[in-house]
Write a new protein. Sequence first.
Length: 230
Amino acid sequence: MALNDRQKEILELTEKKQRITVAQLAKKLYVSEMTVRRDLAKLEQEGLLRRYHGGAIANQEYLQYPIGLRMHINEKEKRDLAKRAETYIENGQTIFLAASSTCAFLLPCLQHYEGLCVITNSVYFMQVLARMQVRCILAGGEYDATDRELVGRFTERFLRSVNTDIAFLACDGISDNGMVTVEKESGAELIRIGFENAKKRIILADRSKLGNKYTYNICKADEADDIIVI
């Protein structure tokens, strides 16, 4: 589903505030309340939020959205994260990218470098990299249609056999005591393996991740070479 810029902003504002009124959205976006209501109806129909009389409530199942929809949440922050992360990329590197909406914004940056090889479990990443003629090695495994990724023990076995120069890792939360966590069990072990087998480890997170703690631990924040937060 394609969202226009206004609908993306409505989704971001709702996710940040958790509850927001039609009047607040109309004032923020400089549009009529009728326009906001039409947008909210569409977003609710797609399962991206819930309406109530006079406003909207964030969908608490955001982490279960397909990757294509999650890329619309905090899109500006994710683009800024990619720009900051690009400073670590050099010609000839082997790079690990686990499937995530945050790391997806790094893909366009890679076409500016020579001799790169990307290791990933993301079918979506592989398709984008193929169009840019960037070398990509796709880990095999069971296909997860939600994130368009490959997961499971075959994927883990392959990734354990691969060493990389740098790993860019996204997460769902960084707790107050510095634990980096994710919600989905299927991706947790893959991210741990990618983290452990990389010479340099960079964690990317927008500020909405700070102070949150999810089910599966990935690493401690101080084990990374850098944590980029925007």
